[in-house]
Design a protein around this ligand. Structure first.
Ligand SMILES: *[C@@H]1O[C@H](CO)[C@@H](O)[C@H](O)[C@H]1NC(C)=O
Ligand SMILES: *[C@@H]1O[C@H](CO)[C@@H](O)[C@H](O)[C@H]1NC(C)=O
Ligand SMILES: *[C@@H]1O[C@H](CO)[C@@H](O)[C@H](O)[C@H]1NC(C)=O
Length: 299
């Protein structure tokens, strides 16, 4: 299945978010997350969520072979393992642009370069402006198309193509005067997009071996009120799809098992721009393990 991610403007209206009722449901449930009462994330991002149109897989995007590691740690977080790299701790704000697919692909690719020893923050704007075909910049796109574009053309540094959260023209050429971007290294390239299995141990092994992976999850409206802790869907309507970066996992007695995920709704969202979500396929309708893509970086 290929995840075509187009925005659906006005999918749900702002009045549909019943803050008091959702907070009450979450508070009286066994969910291990806290909520806030602000509607700001709902108002800002509900209209940037995406819808999914399955189209046939092509042959190069079958799930990549992953051998399960025999030493998967209980807790792991790319940003703790690579504290010297800039990308894992960089949080973007997509604003009113439905470009989560590009932000996720650029973040995952940058994290993977970090893991391979190259500390770069690559430009999501380059993807928004340049990826063609069925992908439409701030109106949505395929995460697969993002990685495939990086395979074909390479991705430039954020300093070369700054992120402005709007659709722009694809500008060719690098920026050779940039300190990290010498004439022979204007572009950073990967393999084609690769599907990652939905199996938990394989996802963990892939992150251990190669770095963060791009994930697409189902947003329900209680997620807009997430403050901290381990999210799972409790109450509120389905709102749309959202591409994010899966960066780690953990577990403890109080909160159970979870994934560590980077969002693109600014540093004010959740746990300083990140959130945690309960592990396990189809946790009350929220499936973080499906639709995972990544690519092998070429260093
Ligand atoms: C996949 O490859 C097979 C054999 O090479 C070919 O017959 C088939 O049409 C391909 N499918 C797609 C979707 O490209
Ligand atoms: C998985 O393990 C098998 C057997 O050791 C090996 O042949 C194969 O190359 C490994 N695959 C990957 C992706 O590491
Ligand atoms: C992950 O790393 C393994 C071992 O180096 C490699 O065989 C595999 O192609 C990598 N996969 C991706 C998606 O980068």
């Amino acid at each position: 299945m290929k995840y075509l991610l187009f925005t659906i403007p006005f999918l749900i209206s702002a009045s549909a978010l019943d803050v008091a009722s959702i907070r009450s449901s979450v508070g009286s449930s066994d969910a291990k997350f806290t909520t806030h009462s602000s509607t700001k994330f709902y108002e800002k991002y509900a209209n940037t969520l995406l819808t999914q149109h399955p189209v046939p897989r092509n042959n190069r995007t079958e799930a990549v072979e992953i051998n399960v590691s025999d030493s998967i740690p209980t807790n792991y977080d790319v940003k703790d393992i690579f504290p010297k790299c800039e990308s894992p701790t960089t949080i973007f704000d997509q604003g009113s642009c439905g470009g989560c697919w590009a932000l996720s692909v650029a973040a995952v690719t940058s994290d993977r370069f970090c893991q391979a020893g190259v500390d770069v923050v690559l430009s999501p704007q380059d993807l928004l402006d340049c990826v063609g075909g069925e992908s439409k910049g701030c109106s949505g796109g395929f995460t697969e198309d993002g990685f495939d574009y990086i395979n074909d053309e390479g991705l430039r540094l954020i300093e070369c193509v700054p992120f402005d959260a709007t659709d722009g023209f694809c500008v060719s050429g690098g920026c050779a005067d940039n300190s990290k971007s010498t004439d022979d290294k204007k572009y950073f390239t990967t393999s084609w997009a690769q599907y990652i299995s939905s199996d938990e141990a394989k996802i963990q092994s892939e992150i251990l071996e190669n770095g963060s992976v791009s994930a697409v999850f189902e947003v329900f409206s209680d997620f807009f009120l997430y403050k901290s802790g381990v999210y799972k869907h409790v109450d509120g309507d389905y709102a749309g799809l959202h591409a994010v970066s899966l960066m780690g996992w953990g577990e403890n007695d109080e909160e159970g098992t979870y994934w560590v995920v980077k969002n693109s709704w600014g540093e004010d969202f959740g746990e300083a721009g990140y959130f945690r979500v309960a592990r396990g396929l189809d946790v009350n309708g929220v499936n973080m393990e499906g639709g995972l893509t990544a690519a092998k970086v070429q260093v």
